[in-house]
Design a protein around this ligand. Sequence first.
Ligand code: S3P
Length: 422
Amino acid sequence: MTTREVLAAARLRGVVRVPGDKSASHRALMLSALARGTSHIEGLSRGEDVAATTQIMAQLGASVDTRDGVVVVEGPRRGLRTSSEVLECANSGTTMRLLAGIVAGIPGEHRLVGDASLSRRPMDRVARPLRLMGAQVTGRGDAMTAPLTVLGARPLRAISYDVPIASAQVKSAILFAGLVGDGATSVREDPRTRSTTEDMMRRCGIHLTSVETATGREVVVSPGRPTSQHWRVPGDPSQAAFFAVLGAIHRDAVIEIEPIDTAPERIGFVGVLERMGADIAWHDGSLHVASSSLVGTEILAAEIPSVDEVPVLTVAAAAATGVSTFRNVGELRVKESDRFSGSIALATALGCKTWSDGDDFFVLGLGTAAAFASFSLDVELDHRMVMAAAIAASAGRGGVIGGADSVSSSYPAFFDDLASLQ
Ligand code: S3P
């Protein structure tokens, strides 16, 4: 475990280019590996999560190469096949869950493994629908944690499924399995989660319809093989959220974040920061943010459906005046670490009064990041908790973060980009 001391920054100025969107990167690799012919991917995330997907697509028979910074993927003519080796998903829930959907449709046995964090995360949420479709999926205990064994079948049974939790990963696993269904597969979700899979499948020529209901949507996918594409991966909004909060809470900051994906399900954090009074604005797809005085607000899970931005919004809440309420965010407990407790622990370490009630938690802000306590916190195997803590340290009075190297799962250059603003 690498421990890193992050010093308080006196002044922050500059432009940040966040990495390619992690969600789009995984899907670009997977769709390209499933496709016939040669695909190109520009701007692929360089994090270890996406590297795990790259390695696995190669194990399943795709050829993956990098030429002049562009990743070139060639899907095997007769489609992906089983690997005799385990499929190492490392720290990446997206890899394991989407992959389960893909290998469910590849006859034969597949063994999916992960690190200590991923091996604690529930996989029953994907196992259940995939079993209904005809794959055999086994894992450990009721939550069906990894290692997972998937016995694939083809064709799979087309199903009609209501996803019981807000999860783009579960929706996507079913949509990938639906590509080899014996008819049209329908997935309903409420609230709406990121539509990355739907948008990218459609672009690859897959017949897919999506109808929005009041707060949810129904997606119907028909079987088919994706066509090869030239992908340009947009900047990752979830990574932009760290610098947006930093710019808003630091007492002397002007930060520009280069263009990111602006899908509505991904940029809920901007609306939250605006509501808190942040000086934040869009200019040609870039986000400009400057020092602000924030006020507490109520944040609903549905406005940031994957809750990925909650840890760093907790830091914003800690710097705000008054109470911020995070409602219905119980899903945080089953992320790379228990981010429900972790977010509360971070705000507490900064000196805030915090409390919780069921799936809600509350932070009484200190009114300014200048009042943050210098802290020391251990965060193992959770990139987003490390980055949230680093933002707090940089805007406040510094901090020591154990487990800091886990940023490499999604953002290996995070500390360099943070330092470049000083
Ligand atoms: C992701 C979905 C989200 C998110 C994760 C990426 C995706 O998880 O937390 O970082 O790419 O589909 P859930 O599906 O659990 O909401």
